[in-house]
Design a protein around this ligand. Structure first.
Ligand code: NAI
Length: 332
């Protein structure tokens, strides 16, 4: 199949090329938007990443250009209008699991880095400043960690944190036995009330949009640590900034941001950041942000490339895919 691959960086090209056996891949650096969609004309499939835009307008333009398959290089599909894709007869495939360990380990890296202020210590020591004032952390051992979304990544995160001696509590509308062995399921108010650290691992959908808002923050323990490696819009960033300013929130670790599409994955070091909310976040000494890199391990890139190619081949051979994202699936 002829595949138009959007939002590609050198590492995407390397891994996808190595995993490809039969397809004709065209790599495009730009994000997929209504302006770049015509680049896919004459291709059978597009292969987008997390910040590509797949709304009704873009999907209609892709279908007009002959595209039949949307082969996502991600597990999340919140950026795809599944209803529009279905109406247009487009098949959407995803990579359901590529390495929950990659994201879980980065989550724990954020917790540890933030708690022990490694980013501040690194700069201090390089500057010949060996003072400890301002670097005080806490023992993770014995602390209650609240996991919102106890699926693959949430459960692996819980498993790692169990090794630190944390007490795990979790909230998920669909509880599973695996997490139940590691910790205890509670409702959201109890999770907010008891957790010293709260880590988000739920998908973004209308139910989870702004799970962490002003009301939720008001229920949390003073000095709570908030970690989000899931999707930016699970958090109302403005409410979190207010929580940081008042001291209610003790620290924040983010790998995702509500409006990250205009920022992440690009070198903007010579540019003026015009997003004032993001710029405000950067001013806090107790906020640690990474640019959506939790997935970024060799193993995860290999798995993403392999499954993406398998999805495309399966579609070519059978006209459908096991890893389909249908309307029925999106509702479940
Ligand atoms: P998963 O599907 O295995 O787990 C998600 C869990 O969230 C499920 O158990 C589900 O029941 C639960 N859930 C659904 N609605 C909920 C709600 N209203 N409140 C609480 N929990 C709810 O997905 P997985 O693989 O664990 O991924 C979780 C999220 O991590 C993905 O949706 C994606 O947004 C994000 N992610 C981030 C990456 C990064 O690089 N930062 C990479 C990969 C995924």
């Amino acid at each position: 199949m002829k595949v138009a691959v959007f939002s590609t960086k050198p590492y995407d090209r390397t891994y996808l090329t190595n995993s490809n056996t039969t397809h004709e891949l065209t790599f495009f650096e730009p994000r997929l938007t209504i302006h770049t969609a015509p680049l896919a004309d004459g291709h059978d499939a597009v292969c987008p990443f997390v910040n590509d835009e797949l709304d009704s307008e873009v999907l209609t333009r892709l279908a007009y250009g002959g595209v039949e398959l949307i082969a996502l290089r991600s597990a999340g599909y919140n950026h795809v209008d599944i209803r529009a894709a279905t109406d247009l007869g487009l098949t959407v495939a995803r990579v359901p699991a590529y390495s929950p360990h990659a994201v879980a380990e980065h989550t724990v890296a954020l917790i540890l880095g933030l708690n022990r202020k490694l980013y501040r210590a690194y700069n201090r020591v390089r500057d010949g400043n060996f003072a400890l004032n301002g670097l005080l952390g806490f023992d993770l051992h014995g602390k209650v960690v609240g996991i919102i979304g106890t699926g693959k990544i949430g459960s692996v995160t819980a498993e790692v944190l169990r090794g630190f001696g944390c007490e795990l509590i979790g909230y998920d509308p669909y509880p599973n036995d695996y997490f139940a062995e590691l910790g205890t399921y509670v409702d959201l108010p109890e999770l907010f009330r008891r957790s010293a650290v709260i880590s988000l691992h739920a998908p973004l959908n209308p139910d989870t949009y702004h799970t962490i808002d002003e009301e939720a923050i008001s229920q949390m323990k003073d000095g709570v640590m908030l970690i989000n490696t899931s999707r930016g819009a699970l958090i109302d960033t403005v409410a979190v900034i207010e929580g940081l300013k008042s001291g209610k929130i003790g620290s924040v670790g983010l790998d995702v941001y509500e409006e990250e599409g205009d920022l992440f994955f690009e070198d903007l070091s010579g540019e003026v950041i015009t997003d004032d909310v993001f710029a405000r976040l950067l001013t806090f000494p107790n906020v640690l942000i990474t640019g959506h890199q939790a997935f970024f391990t060799e193993e995860a890139l290999q798995n993403i490339a392999d499954t993406t190619m398998e999805n495309i081949t399966e579609y070519e051979d059978t006209g459908t895919v096991t890893n389909i994202v249908s309307l029925e699936f999106a509702r479940s």
